[in-house]
Write a protein that binds this ligand. Structure first.
Ligand code: ASP
Ligand code: MG
Length: 431
């Protein structure tokens, strides 16, 4: 049994939906398949905007977004289904009517609750279209509502998974469909569900945080102990750097879970760290493949550490601030002073990217934030003399090699450097 996850870019128009169907058809013969799908194209962003206007009572703008989102989905459906009598149109009509009906009433006061109620429509309608299209092209399937599979607490917009209940409900509902058909044992079964969504035991819809669909795929794979998860993306696989930031990149063909978790920890955005832990726990391999070039091998993440150090990987963070603190009372930087410093960072919710201490100073690098940074500096300034630098870049290099690091630095100034056996971090400033 395998789990495939397709993101929004893979279903942004009729042709891309056809492409997804072709990928499913080509892989389906190998055994039962669960397909986890995101909202189409940039629908989640548009629904977020709709939700903001809903909360602010801007009825006209809200309805403009509603019409745009609805039209886009009907356009895609018209591109896929020849007859306007196809039942999918009634299904979509109903989903959009439910949303329309909901936003016609005044909003409640809990923004996060309203957000999940509204934004979840994106995944629901995308799966309704894909499921009907697969049916039409001879790929019978069952559509399941993720709300009833992935059970969460009521932390709307960032719901926490109830692993025990979710595992149970996923197994109970999906297992009967994932065993070979009794009547047609030749046809492996196919299940479609939404990424990003969950539900409370009371039946309220929740979301798992932006870009949460990869995580959904991992949760389902974990519950069913899948043989493999494949995330289909608009890139050929995991690259050793963001191609927008570096001229030559290489594909990481095979890295370990641990390496992938490290990369994600330092800020590589390709896979959310939450996705990796459940897979690691059950040793389920994860592939990242290109939906545009499905024939290419892509990247494989499993427990093979053999190739982890083959290529250096680069992770860039921009708009960094470097702050050095010197105790005003000339005391040393020891536990008492560190405790005060960390308390200030925790109080202002500022995450430390890199830190270094000497006898008389403590230096920290973190993301600049319009409101948090000045508030933090004010508090730190009470006990410490604070030196401050901004407009810096933080580059993390895994498995560094001197020559490539020197080339990457170019003629920039190295303001701070830290390394251990596998990882080097540099704070750089343009000259
Ligand atoms: N549709 C959601 C988002 O855009 C979830 C996802 O695609 O992973 O964040
Ligand atoms: Mg997405």
């Amino acid at each position: 049994m395998r789990v495939f996850k397709f993101g929004g870019a893979s279903v942004k128009d009729p042709d891309s939906v056809r492409n997804v169907a072709t990928i499913i058809r080509n892989h389906h013969g190998a055994g039962p398949l669960v397909v986890v799908l995101s909202a189409m194209g940039k629908t989640t962003n548009a629904l977020e905007d709709l939700c903001t206007h809903f909360m602010e009572g801007n009825k006209d703008s809200m309805l403009t977004f509603f019409d745009q989102i609805r039209d886009m989905h009907f356009d895609i459906a018209r591109g896929l289904f020849a007859s306007s009598d196809h039942p999918v149109f009634r299904v979509l009509e109903q989903s959009f009517y439910q949303l329309y009906y909901y936003i016609s009433e005044p909003p409640g006061t809990n923004y996060n609750y309203e957000y999940d109620r509204i934004v979840s429509t994106g995944e629901v309608v995308s799966t309704q279209i894909l499921s009907a299209y697969l049916d039409q092209t001879g790929l019978p399937n069952r559509l399941f509502m993720a709300r009833k599979l992935i059970i969460t607490d009521a932390s709307f917009r960032d719901a926490r998974i109830d692993w025990i209940t979710s595992t149970q409900s996923i197994q109970e509902q999906l297992t009967p469909f994932l065993t070979p058909h009794k009547k047609e044992p030749g046809i492996p079964s196919l299940v479609i569900t939404q990424g990003f969504l969950g539900g409370t035991p009371q039946g309220f819809t929740t979301t798992l945080g932006r870009e949460g669909s990869d995580f959904s795929a991992a949760i389902i794979a974990y519950a069913l102990k899948a043989d493999e998860v494949v995330i289909w993306k608009d890139v050929p696989g995991l690259l050793n750097a963001d191609p927008k930031l570096m001229d030559s990149t290489v594909l990481l063909r095979n890295i370990s879970y641990q390496e992938a978790i490290e990369l994600a920890y330092y800020g590589a955005t390709i896979i959310h760290p939450k996705t990796l832990k459940p897979l690691l726990k059950k040793k389920i391999p994860l592939r990242v493949k290109s939906f545009a070039q499905p024939g290419l091998p892509g990247s494989l993440i499993n427990d093979n550490e053999l190739f982890d150090s083959q290529n250096p990987s680069f992770i860039f963070k921009f708009d960094q601030v470097l702050v050095s603190m010197f105790p005003k009372d000339f005391s040393f930087i020891a536990e008492d002073n560190l405790a005060r410093i960390f308390a200030d960072f925790a109080k202002h919710g500022v995450k430390i990217n890199l830190m270094q201490n000497s006898a008389i100073s403590f230096t920290v690098c973190f993301d600049k934030d319009r409101t948090k940074t000045p508030a933090l500096l004010r508090d730190l300034g009470k006990l410490f003399t604070v030196k401050y630098n901004d407009c810096l870049q933080l580059v993390t290099v895994r498995h560094y090699q001197k020559a490539v690091v020197d080339e990457m630095i170019g003629n920039r100034e190295v303001v701070m450097e830290q390394k251990n056996r596998t990882t080097m971090q540099l704070v750089l400033r343009d000259r």
